[in-house]
Design a protein around this ligand. Sequence first.
Ligand code: SAM
Length: 236
Amino acid sequence: MTYYLSAESEELISNPKSKIENDTVLRVDIITIFPDYFREAFDYGIIRRARAASLVDIKAHDLRSWTSDKHHVVDDRPFGGGDGMVLKPEPIFAAVESLAGANLRERIAAEFAASEQLVLICGRYEGVDERVAKALVTDEVSIGDYVLSGGEPAALVVIDATVRLLPGALGSETSASNESFTNGLLDCPQYTRPPEFEGMRAPDVLFTGNHAEIARWRRKAAQEKTKRNRPDLLKE
Ligand code: SAM
């Protein structure tokens, strides 16, 4: 299922091909297991106008569209044990994943999760009167060194990163403590079925059932991955 998003969503969903523009400047594809989440997210302000002007064409795709089994399974348990599920490689390879990182520090999200109330002021235009920052707000949060059209998408990021840290929000209390940034490292690489995919085999140690060995391998792999992708974390 592919959704084409607009204020006239119903029309576009029921007859999606009718509004595809060939001269669109930028095409954005979102690969997600919750395409409905984005149903109205781009129907406001500058993005709405840019879409109307065919400057950008945004589509939310259901990852399950790229599965071939009867139940459209996109995840599986991690080899070697551990919490949670792992998204399988096949549908993602097939869909051509694109991924963006956010620079919001896990530390800040943890502070928000410990608060009782969170009030987010989403800036627009050139920003917000500085006196608001001076006398009213407790934190000004940037999610990265790039300029958004407004604070709304940043609010989505903040809310997402915060809610997952609330006790009970994740399937298991240990899930969040194993993730990236909580111990100063990125999370270790994860693998699930099939054991071998397009000539790439999951590391043998994960099939040994030796938990100490697996934990050792995961620590080392997390360090290597951090060195490769976020060397700045190792210097802190
Ligand atoms: N004139 C501002 C500047 O150059 O920094 C940009 C203003 S931006 C168009 C409008 C609002 O979007 C900002 O006030 C802020 O609330 C929000 N915003 C933009 N980029 C952001 C980011 N990286 N993280 C969080 N909020 C952001």
